[in-house]
Ligand binder design. Structure first.
Ligand code: ADP
Ligand code: ZN
Length: 629
């Protein structure tokens, strides 16, 4: 995303101006997209709801006003965040920038709690991160009251605001209690932020947080650097291994699986295949989970195999791929999970393997859930949209953005745009398949319903034992589909289940027709299918081979400087017990390596180098650059 505002030199701006804060504290030349409007609105005391995709730059939207307002004497900003595990790094990043910040959570000693509370009540603290359950305790509220009475309660920032909604997938009871903020501190501005944007959730956030008068900022949800690919499941593990090994060797990524068991198995298998993989799910002991998360954040090139329990708030910028081995629940989930790739704006991939069993499982989960009919109806609608995305033969991005209400053009950076799939008319085949299911039900011998395997055997005219046992070779549909391969038949069936014309029932996933099947049988519905083609083994890209250790556009001397800077960064990160990207991002190191500045002033021009970091590290960096020359 290119900056849109031309930089104004910080020297001509007041220190309380958000642009001054952006340039001197963060070292960025300009705001991105909607950031500037949001920041100005909140800085002036307005309420806001911000919907921005992951990686869009939400943090700056509240951090810049927090700093500007603190400089203007307005006091402390309270940041509500659901993930205490990440507060340490978030606060560490701010302290690195020279911003006085702290967090309060259950991991602290009482003496530390008291010290931080003193920093807060004195108004010295710029930002305090707290979990919602802590914020609404009597102790905390009393302290906020006192701040408020003295005009030192500056702003509330509510991160991951979708947690307040029961429609979303991350509902947290504690978020409901946040309505107290508006009741109790009506004049303190609030900014709520989320990357989940469907209209249900949006309405819920506005209502439950009492943000009726807030300005709503909806940024474009496009993540142009992410390439979307959805492949048909064939041998999912092997497909995954090929994807990871051939295209993302040595790179950090996340592999999502539906169950804990599958997480464990997949991680173990990848490790056996020589991939640096770790498991993560809610069933692991807390300490181990934390350890795996820390390793993922701090080390290079770890593949995290996880359930959806992993990810919210993970702001590691250089995740190069997100893979799904199972279908997520809906497009919101898919988009949020895949959005964890490529926050740094560099090329990244979202890859998913999808098959008949996924469709069957997800449909069944909804059917068998104890939820009310209305809820199920909404969930079914959401699943349908996701299945349509998976089966799509046109641009995936146009569909994704369309789901979030955004119009766009074919992107040129998804599988369907890059390699348009051939399609074939499956209408006739669909009718044959449906009539075969219908014949089973009519036939006198044996059970009246069968699973996919037997159905396809009958259509293809295979004389199996089961066929003989039930006399199915006497059916009028026996052998009427010999012209199609088993894979093609599976695709037809998957499409019919996806469209809701066929359901799989019971322990054995036996197939039955729905009312919708009638229209297809009568020939009133056209079924278009993707041509199955075995994905050719792609040649390793130059980038994959290089393991992305260094940006491709650096010459040899710059590569050497980049490597030296990285080694230096690793040392600093270890000393400060922080992930290395918090010290400096790869993009910032690459720019240093490219420009090879030899004065502090020139180094300060590099994007991502603010005043505090220049002061703390400037001389060392110049030395590292000189030594690497
Ligand atoms: P989000 O919370 O929306 O997922 P972040 O706030 O983590 O996104 O921002 C994503 C990345 O973009 C971070 O590395 C951040 O430093 C960077 N970034 C955000 N705004 C700007 C900007 N105006 N200029 C340069 N980099 C930015
Ligand atoms: Zn596309």
């Amino acid at each position: 995303m290119p900056p849109v505002t031309p930089p104004v030199p910080a020297s001509s701006l007041a220190p309380t101006d958000p642009r001054h804060v952006l340039q001197t504290v963060f070292g960025y030349a300009a705001f991105r997209g909607a950031q500037e409007d949001i920041v100005d609105h909140v800085n002036a005391g307005g309420d806001a709801l911000v919907l921005m995709p992951t990686g869009g730059g939400k943090s700056l939207c509240y951090q810049v006003p927090a700093i500007a307002r603190h400089r203007a004497g307005k006091g402390v900003t309270i940041v509500v965040s659901p993930l205490i595990a990440l507060m340490h790094d978030q606060v560490g990043a701010l302290e690195e920038l020279g911003v006085h910040a702290a967090f309060l959570n259950s991991t602290l000693e009482f003496a530390d709690v008291q010290r931080i509370e003193r920093e807060m009540t004195s108004g010295r603290l710029v930002m305090l991160y707290v979990a919602p359950e802590r914020l609404t305790t009597p102790r905390m509220l009393a302290q906020l009251d006192s701040l408020n009475e003295r005009g030192l309660l500056s702003l509330f920032a509510i991160d991951e605001a979708h947690c307040v909604s029961q429609w979303g997938h991350d509902f947290r009871e504690d978020y409901l209690a946040l309505s107290v903020l508006h009741e109790r501190y009506a004049h303190v501005p609030r900014i709520a932020l989320t990357a989940t944007a469907d209209s249900h959730t949006r309405a819920d956030i506005l209502e439950r947080l009492d943000l009726g008068d807030a300005r709503v900022f909806i940024a474009s949800f496009d993540r142009p650097n992410i390439r979307y690919r959805i492949v048909e499941k064939d041998e999912p593990r092997r497909q995954l291994l090929r994807f990871v090994r051939d295209e993302h060797e040595g790179e950090a990524g996340v592999v999502y699986c539906a169950t804990r068991k599958k997480v464990e198995e997949t991680a173990a298998w990848l490790v056996a295949e020589g991939i640096d993989a770790l498991p993560y799910h809610a069933g692991l002991e807390a300490a181990l989970r934390q350890k795996h998360q820390d390793r993922f954040l701090r080390e290079d090139g770890i593949v995290m195999v996880a359930t959806v329990a992993f990810g919210m708030g993970i702001d590691k910028p250089d995740v190069r791929f997100v893979a799904h081995l199972d279908l997520p629940k809906n497009i919101e989930g898919y988009y949020q999970e895949t959005g964890r790739a490529g926050r740094d704006g560099e090329p990244a991939e979202a890859w998913m393997a999808y098959g008949l069993a996924d469709v069957v499982n997800n449909r069944r989960q909804i059917d068998e859930s104890p939820a009310g009919e209305e809820f199920k109806r909404v969930q079914r609608g959401k699943l349908d949209a996701l299945l349509a995305l998976a089966e799509a033969t046109d641009c995936r991005r146009v569909r994704l953005l369309g789901y979030f209400g955004e119009a766009s053009h074919p992107c040129g950076n998804c599988d369907n745009c890059l390699d348009p799939p051939a399609t074939w008319d499956g209408t006739e085949a669909a009718r044959k398949l449906l009539s075969c299911i219908y014949r089973f039900a009519q036939h006198g011998r044996g059970p009246r319903a069968f699973g996919a395997g037997h159905l396809i055997d009958v259509l293809r005219g295979k004389k199996t034992d089961k066929v003989a046992q039930y006399g199915h070779d006497a059916l009028s549909t026996f052998g009427i589909g010999a012209e199609l391969s088993e894979t093609q038949w599976r695709a037809v069936l998957r499409q019919l289940v996806a469209l809701g014309h066929v359901v799989a029932e019971g322990e054995y996933n036996t197939l039955a027709l729905t009312d919708g099947a009638r229209a297809v049988l009568k020939g009133g519905v056209e079924i278009r299918l993707r041509e199955q083609h075995e994905t050719p083994r792609r040649a390793k890209t130059a980038r994959a081979k290089a393991g992305r250790e260094a940006p491709a556009d650096l010459d040899a001397a710059a590569q050497a400087r980049f490597a030296a800077l990285k080694a230096w960064r690793t040392e600093v990160a270890r000393e400060h017990n922080l992930p290395s990207y918090i010290v400096f991002s790869n993009a910032t190191l690459a720019e240093m390596a490219r420009l090879a500045p030899d004065t502090l002033a020139a180094l300060g021009e590099v994007s991502g180098v603010g005043a505090k970091k220049l002061e703390a590290y400037g001389r060392e960096i110049l030395r590292v650059l000189e030594a690497a020359a």
